[in-house]
Every structure is written in structure tokens, then in C-alpha cells.
Design a protein around this ligand. Structure first.
Ligand code: TPP
Length: 308
């Protein structure tokens, strides 16, 4: 059935309002969209690595989560989910449990690209029937905007401050989506908050209802770390996609599909100008050009991989 936003948003919320995430933060919107993809009646067991999402939605004795929720340590969120999924399979096999459950892990980029990478890789490789969702805000935001391997080159963070001796982060962003696709798991996808959430909703549905491991990497703008006005959340997500900084694609059984090609590819300066973290390079055309070149190269690679 074709995606219908009106019907979809009328599904019962599984992340209650009243949590303490910042206004203009993408992460709770990502969570609500992913969880809406669960069929009504299906229940989930959710694990979250430490990070903004976990500490702001699950403060004892309160919780925003309607489904079962486990706060896991940074490094082992995927291992926790994998263990639960294995126990579930055993109970099912022994006839000890009737109900069907889905297993979903959320982690920030610090918990995914860096600290939890080994347990994520292991769980994916072992083939657990689970979905791992990275909400990628491009830094360790919860502890004060420290750089991660997801932080884009030249971003100003508290551990890569721009100034007379530095232009911000020196290294390029790690290609975690490519790394996960290289695991040859059934489903890997990259998504963002597009205008009607269709892309993320449909990818979440596929990820949840595909047998075996699935990985979603979702761009999650952060108003504090990226320094933009809170109402600009959707605009900034759209610019990320239209500049091809953050392409929307999926990989199923090794086959790449590009989900969106902008009719008019916007210049990367549109993406840089809307965020305070790049302010120090805006008057350096050679740096902006260098970033444009990197984006173009990655885009070309993706076009080739997806047969375009
Ligand atoms: C092993 C370990 N190291 C460091 C911390 C401290 N810590 C808590 S939240 C956090 C930042 C999390 O960053 P990320 O995963 O990117 O999620 P975000 O906060 O950006 O949502 C850090 C470093 C911790 N809890 N455990």
C-alpha cells in the first residue's frame, strides 16, 4: 500500500511527549518515525546506547518509551540486543513464549561509529534478527560536542576547536553505511528527515520486517552542536540531501539503490552557511571548494555503485 502520511502519523505514539530532548533536535523525530513503522499490535524490545536520546527519555523513575526498554552501556548495545534476541528465539523454539517481538537498537554516532562498533559488527555478522538505528548528529553531543569519527572535516567542536592554529576537525567522516553494507547483511540504508518522512518510514518498515540484521543510518541535526535555529531542522535536512552531502540510498543483498537524485544539485556552501560550526571556513573559498570536491567524489562513487 502506498505511503500515506496522514494515516501514518495517526498511529499511536510509542515515544511519549514530555521527554527532555532539545527543541529542534532530530533524534526523537527519528525514533517516532522508526517506531511508527511497527505494525499495530507488534511489540518491540528497544535497547539504547548511552547518549542524548537515552539520558533524556529514560530518567528513573520516568520513561517515555511505551515498549520494553533497556539502557545499555555505550560499547555493548548491539550485544545486549543480540543476547535478548537469542534468548527470545530459544523461548519461541521451546514453546515458552507465544508473542512476536521485534528488536531495535538506537545509538548516536559516538556509540555507533566509534565505541560500539565492535559489538555492532559482531551482532550483524552473527545474523541476529534485529535493527540497529544510528541517529547521526556528528559528534558526542551529550557530553558537550566532542568530535567523533562521524564529524565532518572542518567542523568546529570542543575537541577540534577552530582558531588561529586550527580549521576544526582535520579528518574526513568515516563511511559507516559503507562499512555496514560490507557486512553483506540483508538490509542497510541511509536516510534523513525528508518533508513527509516517507523515506525513513519505508526504510524502517523494510528494516524491521526483513528477516535478519538491518542497519539504518539517519542524519540527525543537532541545534546545539551544529548551531542552527531550532525551526530549521527540516530545512537543514533537506539541504543535506539536495547538496548530496547526505544521499538517500539502500543496499539489499549487496545491491545498491539510490532513492533520490536532486534535479538541481545545490552547492555545498548552502549546507555550510546554515550552520555555525562551519562559520570559520565560509570566507575561505579554497576550503569550501575542497569540501565540494569531496562531496562530488563520494556522490560519483555512489552513482557508480547504484548503476546510475
Ligand atoms: C564507555 C563510556 N565512555 C564515555 C561515556 C560518557 N558519555 C556519555 S554520553 C556520551 C556522548 C554520546 O555521544 P553519541 O553516541 O554521539 O550520542 P549523542 O549524545 O550525540 O546523542 C559520552 C561520551 C560513557 N557513558 N561511557
Amino acid at each position: 500500500m502506498a505511503y500515506n502520511m496522514k494515516n501514518t502519523v495517526q498511529k499511536p505514539e510509542r515515544l511519549s511527549p514530555g521527554h527532555r530532548m532539545c527543541a529542534g533536535c532530530a533524534a526523537p523525530v527519528v525514533v517516532r518515525t522508526v517506531l511508527r513503522a511497527l505494525e499495530e499490535g507488534d511489540e518491540a524490545v528497544i535497547t539504547s546506547a548511552t547518549g542524548c536520546l537515552e539520558v533524556s527519555t529514560f530518567i528513573y523513575p520516568y520513561t517515555s518509551w511505551k515498549d520494553s526498554f533497556i539502557h545499555s552501556a555505550f560499547e555493548n548495545a548491539s550485544a545486549t540486543t543480540a543476547g535478548i534476541e537469542a534468548a527470545y528465539r530459544y523461548k519461541k523454539k521451546m514453546g515458552l513464549l507465544e508473542k512476536d517481538y521485534k528488536f531495535i537498537t538506537f545509538g548516536g554516532d559516538g556509540g555507533t561509529y566509534d565505541i560500539g562498533l565492535q559489538s555492532l559488527s559482531g551482532a550483524m555478522e552473527r545474523g541476529h534478527d534485529m535493527v540497529y538505528v544510528c541517529y547521526d548528529n556528528g559528534a558526542y553531543m551529550n557530553t558537550g560536542i566532542q568530535r567523533s569519527s562521524a564529524t565532518p572535516r572542518y567542523a568546529d567542536t570542543t575537541t577540534t576547536p577552530s582558531g588561529t592554529q586550527s580549521l576544526g576537525k582535520g579528518q574526513p567522516r568515516k563511511d559507516i553505511t559503507g562499512i555496514m553494507a560490507a557486512h553483506r547483511i540483508p538490509y542497510t540504508a541511509q536516510s534523513a528527515l525528508t518533508a513527509n518522512m516517507k523515506d525513513l518510514y519505508e526504510k524502517s518498515q523494510k528494516a524491521i520486517y526483513t528477516q535478519g540484521p538491518a542497519f539504518l543510518n539517519v542524519l540527525a541535526p543537532c541545534p546545539r552542536g551544529w548551531r542552527y535555529d531550532t525551526p530549521k531542522l527540516l530545512e537543514i535536512s533537506k539541504i543535506a540531501v539536495d547538496t548530496c552531502y547526505w544521499p538517500l540510498f539502500e543496499v539489499e543483498g549487496g545491491v545498491y539503490t539510490l532513492n533520490y537524485q536532486p534535479k538541481n544539485k545545490r552547492p555545498i556552501s548552502d549546507w555550510l552557511e546554515i550552520q555555525g560550526r562551519f562559520r570559520h571556513i565560509l570566507k575561505k573559498p579554497e576550503i569550501v571548494e575542497e569540501i565540494q570536491k569531496e562531496v562530488d567524489e563520494r556522490w560519483k562513487e555512489l552513482l557508480k555503485l547504484s548503476g546510475n
